[in-house]
Design a protein around this ligand. Structure first.
Ligand code: TYD
Length: 145
């Protein structure tokens, strides 16, 4: 359970993580549950070697929350949320994380050297995916989210 003092975020947004160090010695950034991650982390996955001309994603989740990093390179997220707000988020620094709540439709483009790392609130479950944009719109309408 998250404590009362835990951060609660509802909209897709950038979380700025601390960069500890200096240009002289290098940096370390830290993600900690109950401090700057708004859920208990049950899964970590990472993607790499995605060609620059490929757009991935094209899905939303019903329950999953995520915080996503470009630990290397640049990753552009075009996100539509449950209120139909469309926002472009650019992850181009390793200390920036993108928080995605449930019902965030995302389309993702990667630079050639990009490594995406995701902290996820649930284990993998294909049933949690909405992979069709019309279904995404209908689910929002149905649920009045
Ligand atoms: P998907 O989430 O559709 O990736 P993207 O949105 O980047 O295209 O996942 C791609 C494939 O990987 C899909 O067949 C499911 C599989 N997969 C797992 O088996 N476990 C996981 O934790 C994830 C994220 C994906």
């Amino acid at each position: 359970m998250l404590k009362d003092s835990s951060i609660i975020i509802k909209a897709p947004s950038i979380i700025e993580f601390p960069s500890i160090g200096s240009s002289h010695e290098g940096y370390i950034s830290v993600a900690e549950v109950e401090k700057n991650i708004p859920f208990q982390v049950k899964r970590v996955y990472w993607t790499y070697y995605t060609p620059q001309n490929i757009i991935r994603g094209y899905h939303a989740h019903k329950e999953l929350q995520q915080v996503i990093f470009a630990v290397s390179g640049k990753i552009i997220f075009n996100v539509e949320d449950a209120q139909h707000n469309k926002t472009q988020f650019v992850l181009d620094q390793p200390h920036l994380g993108l928080y995605l709540p449930p019902f965030s439709w995302r389309e993702i483009q990667f630079s050639h050297n990009a490594v995406l790392m995701c902290l996820a609130s649930e284990v993998y479950n294909e049933e949690d995916y909405i992979r069709n944009y019309e279904d995404f719109i209908n689910e929002i309408r149905k649920g009045q989210i």
